[in-house]
Design a protein around this ligand. Structure first.
Ligand code: HEC
Length: 96
């Protein structure tokens, strides 16, 4: 329940901010993670439905999270704002 409220508030915040998570995901993430976040071949795991995506994305950006291939993720987050990351994480959480 708390998680659902959090996701909803992130979603409505991103709508207010104008960042479109689905659009961003299609443009910047789908080539590696698949349109539905289910492509597990690169990261070794699918990201669809990951409720911790925002923590991971901000961690990649800050250099505090990641595995062997974190440089790949850091590069793909280059130029994205915190609001973009929130919109993306909210979108990832809705993928199944
Ligand atoms: C060039 C390929 C590529 C692109 C583009 C890319 N990723 Fe990744 N992603 C990876 C790889 C490789 C990893 C594993 C990195 C590591 O070793 O930590 C990863 C890891 C992740 C993880 C963490 C998975 C976990 O649980 O450890 C998340 C969340 C994620 N990506 C989301 C995104 C989002 C959102 C975008 C679009 C902004 C994106 N990725 C764009 C290749 C990519």
């Amino acid at each position: 329940m708390v998680k659902r409220v959090l996701i909803l508030s992130v979603l409505s915040a991103s709508v207010l901010m104008g960042a479109d998570g689905a659009k961003l995901f299609g443009a910047k993430c789908a080539e590696c993670h698949g349109a539905n976040g289910k492509e597990a071949s690169i990261a070794g795991k699918a990201i669809a439905g990951d409720a911790a995506a925002l923590t991971k994305l901000t961690g990649y950006k800050a250099g505090t999270f990641g595995g062997d291939q974190k440089a790949t993720m850091q590069a793909s987050l280059d130029g994205l704002s915190d609001d973009d990351l929130k919109a993306l994480a909210a979108h990832v959480a809705t993928l199944k």
